[in-house]
Design a protein around this ligand. Structure first.
Ligand SMILES: [Zn+2]
Length: 658
């Protein structure tokens, strides 16, 4: 989901002072508005349950829902029939369901069954005898009432007006579904399919998941039948009823035609119509990168509602307006969130980080709007590093603020995706992401972060433990200091050091660091990428064909960092400051292991005692790093000086104690 209408005022004021907000498009401002308002909605939900309280002794395979809705009246009546499979032999099952709604009856095998609505917002259904494990069965719950508006159920079932016309819509993420229909309301069970029948006054139209197979007229009402034959999580089921104007386009999904059905308020029809090219283009772009739109046998659509943002209801995104960022974010969720759904609220970034990345960066990038993309990336990064800590991993799923934290879940989550793409390169990254989306354990089911890591590792052959430890579980960001100099041999010498904003969490961020070289006339090199694997690491690279005047660290912001510095050192000292000697152990008893770094070519090693007498020497052919052993067993105790001299007369000394 994406919250649109509230500006993150504090953030904009404190961290984007230098950004010309007025020049930013709706896309960028949308990106920056998400969380505060999403949080506002969830602030009311501090008591929300962490997990489904439905009993673990069954799994739902199918729902058939019959709902009566009049948008002028905040009220629902109807029934939900669920097919289920027992996972243990027992004579009762428990669904999530609010006690605010009245259950009229429960029907099991054409007879009334006993039930009780429990204070923990569940309903227990008592069967006349135990149902055996693995048995498929079904039960119907008939109910009516005014859906609740507080706690877990805030905003789940909303009634208001637009242009003086009443509208009812639902938005159930994360725990709202059982506030208006009985279901298993967790991140562990998708029904294989669902049928939805909505009956409503005949001046309106109804919008829901899947294919609108028919709409038939009753005496004063209409009944619309929506059929959906893909697995679906309960929080992605939605209905909306008002005086919609409906129009249909046709998308081409990798050669397959698919209807795209839009439900717009009449007063906003032209805006929805003019957004058509964006919708059709984004469907094609995403399908080309992540495989066919996941519900291609049915349709995609958008439905206007009056909540301040968007929600990725399966096959049918609900949106408040037609900004490109909102459209592409919610559409991206159809792959990341709907087809593969986060398996725990700890991993909500698998939904929101990816959708944010797609909405912010991917689509503008593919359509050539790189200015918008770069602007979005810079403001995302500014926000991510506006605080020194915090992990993308949700460390407290009882806190709604924490789950839907814009900085961490949306913006830093999106940056994790960006960094994974940069780290792995496009080929391996997209290979891994597509394996993730088609993994039989995950596709149309649920995934944890470890499942994403496993697929990226399998595709790339790289161990990504470090990446997820430092960026997903870990907190904070690095600050790089790049010491550099040129030299008469047309090489550039770098030593890169790093501090971290929260060293108690991550002491060092292993990362590929892009460096751009610029001359006095402004000519720029292609970025070179230095693989930073330890602190104070030295690198030598060839000059780009011009004398370098300025070194720019990660100019296009591929890696989360802040307060990076470059320090140019005098050229004549180049080799001396990058050439290093280290000795271990020191003091030494028998053998000193000498490590030479950045001495290229012939090097003369000379060891002098404290009378300045030469006691040992050796000439070596040094590589980038070279290890040499000096036998000390025959030397008397004392202090020795080791001198290393290369062909250019560059010297380094160090002291060794025996
Ligand atoms: Zn979202």
């Amino acid at each position: 989901m994406l919250k649109k209408n509230v500006i993150k005022l504090i953030v904009l004021i404190t961290t984007f002072i230098s950004v010309n907000s007025f020049a930013q498009s709706d896309n960028t401002s949308t990106t920056k508005k998400i969380a505060a308002e999403e949080r506002a909605r969830y602030d009311a939900m501090h008591t929300m349950q962490v997990l489904s309280l439905a009993s673990p002794n069954f799994q739902v395979t199918y729902y058939r829902c019959n709902w009566n809705i009049d948008p002028a009246v905040r009220y629902i009546s109807g029934s939900v029939t669920s097919y289920f499979k027992m996972t243990a032999s027992t004579n009762n099952i428990v669904y999530d369901f609010t006690t605010a709604l009245t259950v009229d009856s429960v029907v099991y095998r054409k007879r009334q069954a006993g039930f009780s609505q429990l204070a923990n917002q569940t309903i227990q259904i008592n069967f006349p005898s135990a149902i055996n494990r693995n048995k498929l069965d079904s039960v119907s719950i008939y109910y009516h009432g005014v859906p609740p508006t507080s706690g877990d159920f805030t905003g789940g079932f909303s009634q208001t007006t637009h242009n003086n016309t009443p509208v009812i819509w639902t938005l159930s993420e994360p725990y709202g579904a059982s506030g208006w229909w009985p279901c298993r309301n967790g991140l562990d069970d998708k029904a294989d399919s669902i049928d939805i029948y909505i009956t409503y006054p005949s001046q309106y139209k109804a919008s829901s998941n899947g294919v609108n197979v028919y709409t038939i007229a009753n005496s004063n009402t209409l009944t619309s039948y929506y059929k959906h034959r893909y697995p679906i999580a309960s929080y992605l089921v939605a209905i909306a009823v008002t005086n919609y104007t409906v129009f249909t386009n046709t998308a081409n999904i990798n050669g397959k035609s698919m209807p795209v059905i839009q439900y717009a308020y009449p007063e906003d029809l032209s805006s929805f119509q003019s957004a058509t090219p964006v919708v059709l283009n984004a469907l094609q772009v995403y399908s080309s990168f992540f495989g066919d739109y996941p519900f291609v046998k049915e349709r995609y659509g958008q439905t206007e509602f009056s909540w301040g943002g968007g929600m990725e209801h399966q096959t049918n995104s609900y949106i408040v307006s037609t900004g490109t960022n909102l459209i592409t974010h919610e559409m991206g969720h159809q792959w990341f969130g709907d087809k593969v759904t986060c398996g725990s609220w700890q991993d909500i970034w698998l939904n929101e980080g990816f959708a944010e990345w797609l909405g912010d960066m991917f689509y503008p990038e593919k359509t050539g709007d790189s200015a918008t993309m770069k602007s979005n990336v810079r403001s995302d990064l500014s926000f991510v590093v506006s605080s020194s800590g915090g992990s993308v991993w949700v460390n407290d799923t009882t806190s709604s603020d924490r789950i839907f934290d814009t900085r961490l879940t949306y913006d830093k989550g999106a940056f994790l995706v960006r960094m994974l793409r940069f780290t792995l390169g496009d080929s391996l990254f997209f290979k891994g992401i597509n394996q993730y989306l088609t993994d039989p354990k995950l596709a149309y089911g649920f995934a944890r972060t470890a499942d994403l890591q496993r697929n990226l590792q399998n595709a790339s052959g790289q161990n990504l433990n470090y990446f997820f430890n430092q960026w997903f579980y870990g907190e904070g960001y690095p600050s790089f200091t790049v010491n550099w100099k040129d030299s008469s041999d047309h090489k550039l010498y770098f030593t890169i050091s790093q501090t971290t904003s929260k060293s108690s969490s991550v002491k060092f961020f292993k990362a590929p660091l892009p460096i751009r070289l610029i001359n006095a006339a402004g000519t720029q090199s292609a970025d070179i990428v230095l693989q930073c694997i330890r602190n104070n690491q030295s690198f030598v690279v060839n000059e780009p064909g011009f004398a370098v005047d300025v070194v720019s660290v990660d100019p296009d912001k591929f890696i989360i960092s802040k307060n990076n510095k470059t320090v140019k050192q005098a050229s004549a000292l180049a080799a001396i400051t990058t050439a290093k000697i280290s000795v271990s152990p020191n003091p030494v008893t028998n053998t000193a292991n000498v490590m030479l770094e950045n001495f290229k070519g012939k090097v003369l090693l000379q060891l002098f005692n404290n009378n300045a007498s030469l006691v040992w020497s050796k000439q070596i052919n040094a590589q980038q790093t070279t290890q040499v052993q000096i036998p000390f067993s025959s030397f008397i105790n004392g202090t020795y000086n080791l001198l290393a001299t290369n062909e250019k007369g560059i010297k380094q000394t160090t002291t060794i104690v025996k």
